[in-house]
Design a protein around this ligand. Structure first.
Ligand SMILES: Nc1ncnc2c1ncn2[C@@H]1O[C@H](COP(=O)(O)OP(=O)(O)OP(=O)(O)O)[C@@H](O)[C@H]1O
Ligand SMILES: [Mg+2]
Length: 262
């Protein structure tokens, strides 16, 4: 756990659409919570799918707060409370707190109009909120749009999730390259290969080597995930010995222990 006064450790889970970012985020969240970390999970995908995967209903998002502030007919502002206090209060109010972790959803992106000022304010307060936690775990939207809009601070670890295909790994390389161009410091960028089957497993080592990316782990295709998703059951309840849970546990241990295979 981070020492008191230090800023939170930030882990972002990125990758192309449908590779398993939300699944990996949910499982990492489970282990962080089990280890007693004070975790804030941020769903940075406008589609807001992380809460459902965690079995949580979310009513309001940062997108809603942004619209409230930016609306010309806004009833947001009050003479009784300074604006900065109001915004901080509102963000705190829409943060879902469970005994194990907190969850904040970014929601939809901006509509037409200039939101720069509002975004700056929101970022400031999200950063302030972040200081209450030891770890911030971000389920990114596909691509790195929101990172380039700097809705996040510097990122300690970015996990780029890819499916187990050459095309998938090529996209992961582009995402890692793009990340390197942004004005954000990434402590480390690590590859996660997801939905790995026995069939393709032997071909992956060479592909990873050729990619120049550092692999932190592979997660097998897990029929339990499909079954849970089909029934809408929270992935936090996946059995401990489920293949993907075991694999993400190993990735988590490496992340926390700081040693990575390549
Ligand atoms: N290891 C796995 N085994 C089996 N199914 C998986 C695995 N990982 C992810 N899936 C399935 O793949 C689909 C996409 O997963 P997920 O929603 O986590 O991807 P995503 O990258 O977050 O997608 P999006 O870009 O739409 O947010 C889901 O239906 C999920 O059940
Ligand atoms: Mg997702």
């Amino acid at each position: 756990m981070s020492e008191c006064g230090r800023r939170a450790r930030i882990i972002a889970v990125a990758g192309k659409g449908g590779t398993g970012k939300t699944v990996i985020t949910s499982l990492l969240l489970r282990f962080l919570a089990e280890d007693g970390e004070r975790v804030l999970a941020i769903d940075a995908d406008p589609a807001t799918s992380l809460p459902g995967t965690l079995g949580i209903k979310i009513k309001r998002t940062i997108g809603d707060v942004r619209e409230e502030i930016a609306s010309p007919s806004s009833v947001f502002f009050s003479e009784d409370m300074p604006t900065d206090m109001l915004i901080e209060y509102r963000i705190d109010e829409i943060t879902v707190k469970t005994p194990r972790f907190s969850l904040l959803a970014m929601g939809r992106s901006e509509g037409p109009g200039c939101y720069c000022l509002v975004n700056d304010m929101l970022r400031h307060f999200i950063d302030r909120l972040s200081s209450r936690y030891s770890t911030i775990l971000i389920d990114c939207e596909a691509g790195l749009e929101h990172l380039s809009r700097r809705t996040t601070q510097d990122v300690d670890t970015m996990l780029v999730v890819s499916d187990a295909t050459k095309r998938g790994i090529d996209t992961a390389i582009s995402i890692a390259d793009l990340a390197a161009c942004l004005h954000i410091n990434f402590g480390q960028i690590l590859l996660v290969l997801n939905k790995v089957t026995e069939e393709v497993r032997p071909m992956l080592d060479d592909m990873v080597k050729a990619s120049d990316l550092t692999l932190i782990g592979m997660v097998p295709e897990d029929e339990n995930i499909r079954a849970f998703d089909l029934e809408g059951k929270p992935l936090l309840e996946l059995p401990e010995d489920s293949k993907a849970v075991v694999a993400v546990r190993a990735i988590y241990d490496k992340l926390m222990g700081g040693s990575h295979s390549s």
